[in-house]
Every structure is written in C-alpha cells, then in structure tokens.
Design a binder for this molecule. Structure first.
Ligand SMILES: NC(=O)c1ccc[n+]([C@@H]2O[C@H](COP(=O)([O-])OP(=O)(O)OC[C@H]3O[C@@H](n4cnc5c(N)ncnc54)[C@H](OP(=O)(O)O)[C@@H]3O)[C@@H](O)[C@H]2O)c1
Length: 198
C-alpha cells in the first residue's frame, strides 16, 4: 500500500502558522523533506488550496519575481517544486470548492476517498496540509509518516498542528538531523491502529 506522508515546518511549540496567519519563520515553501523522488500524488485541504495554487503558478510562470508569501526570489528548490506540482495529481479535500485552475486537481469529498487512493498502485502520497486537514487525516489513522522541520522559536499564538488531535498515538522515531540555522529534521512513523498508545 502507498504511504501517506505529511511534512510540516513547525515552531518548537508546534505551531504551523503564526499570529498573523502566516508561518513567517519559513523562508521558502519548497518540499524540504527529501520526499519528491518517492511521490506521485499530493493531498491538501480546501483552506490552503487557493493560495497554494496561486503561489506555485506564480513561481512557475515568473521564477525571477519575488514570491508573494515570502517576498523573496524563489529558491532553486521552490522552482523544482513548481515544476513538480504542474505534472502531479493533486487531491483537495473539500465540501465547498468545485473548480480549480490546474487541470491535474481533483476534489475529494470524504476520507474514504483518501483511503481508496492509498490502495491504488503508485508511489507515495504527500499530505501538504493545512492544520485541520493534517489533523483529521492523522485522527482517522490514514497518515503513515510525519516529517517535521522544527524551527528554533516559540511562536506563541497561532494555529497548532495537533490542536485537535483526538487520541493518543505512538510514534516511532526513524531519523533526526540537525540542519543549518538551528532547525531540526525529525521523521516519525505513526502508529495508525485505532486507539493506539505509545
Ligand atoms: N507550516 C507548514 O509547514 C504549513 C504547511 C501547510 C499549510 N500550512 C498553513 O495551514 C493553513 C491552512 O490550514 P487550515 O487548517 O486553515 O486549512 P486546511 O487544512 O488547508 O483546509 C481545511 C478545509 O479542508 C476541508 N477538509 C479538511 N478535512 C476534511 C475532511 N476530513 N473531509 C472533508 N473536507 C475536509 C474543509 O473544507 P470545506 O469547508 O470546503 O469542506 C476544511 O474547511 C495555511 O495558513 C497554511 O499556511 C502550514
């Protein structure tokens, strides 16, 4: 079965978004978890999809211009990701959105469709976010692996990745790496069995 893997850039206090509605500690929104070669599909929530589509379309079309979220020129890794998303199916969880600019985007109305997607042949699937979608898929036992880039700050107010976690789940630490600028990369396998403890 294909794995569903999520990657998040979090503050030490587990926030994926700061007080202003942005994770302004993130300098680039590239896929920095080393996943790209093992992926052939992406899943994300309706909350972040419109901004995500706009962000990566702009980088693909105008790679020399500052990106609208970071205000900086896109990095080479961001340009790679903009190319990757243009050829990769995206599945957007939503009960409200019905249209997208990208021809490779499909709308998914419930978690059963994500479970079915995992059973289809293919490479692994990247769960991009946001917080509510990642939490609901982890709660449903559908997420196999969690990759965190932990930034060296306490964000304080903001949206917490695990704010709505509804049960205890065991994690198996698979890898830790210290990165430049005080960041730490953590990879955990998630116990997907219902009611798991750890
Ligand atoms: N720090 C990071 O690495 C990182 C990564 C990704 C995102 N983010 C941040 O996350 C924020 C967006 O997160 P968010 O929590 O506001 O929104 P979100 O998770 O992107 O989207 C939530 C929406 O997705 C749909 N949805 C989610 N779960 C569903 C389910 N089980 N069944 C059916 N539909 C479901 C619903 O849309 P409908 O109302 O249409 O049904 C729900 O309102 C952004 O600010 C972004 O910057 C941060």
């Amino acid at each position: 079965m294909r794995k569903l893997i999520t990657g998040m850039k979090v503050s030490l206090d587990g926030k994926i978004e700061g007080a202003e509605g942005m994770a302004d500690w993130v300098q680039a929104w590239s896929e920095d978890y080393g996943l790209m070669p093992q992926l052939d599909a992406c899943v994300l929530g309706a909350g972040m999809y419109p901004g995500y589509e706009r962000y990566w379309t702009a980088i693909r079309n105008e790679p020399d211009k500052p990106a609208w979220i970071t205000g900086s020129a896109p990095t080479p890794a961001e340009i790679d990701w903009a190319r990757f998303v243009a050829r990769t199916p995206h599945y957007v969880l939503s009960s409200t959105l019905a249209s997208a600019e990208w021809p490779n985007t499909r709308f998914v109305r419930g978690l059963g469709e994500i479970a079915d997607l995992k059973k289809q042949p293919g490479k692994d699937i990247y769960l991009i976010g946001g917080a509510r979608t990642a939490a609901s898929l982890i709660n449903a036992g559908l997420v196999d692996e969690l990759r965190l880039l932990v930034y060296p700050l306490i964000a304080g107010t903001g949206k917490a990745l695990f704010a709505t976690a509804d049960r205890r789940r065991g994690l198996e630490l698979c890898e830790t790496r210290q990165l430049p600028d005080g960041r730490v990369s953590l990879i955990y396998a998630i116990d997907t069995t219902a009611g798991a403890s750890g």
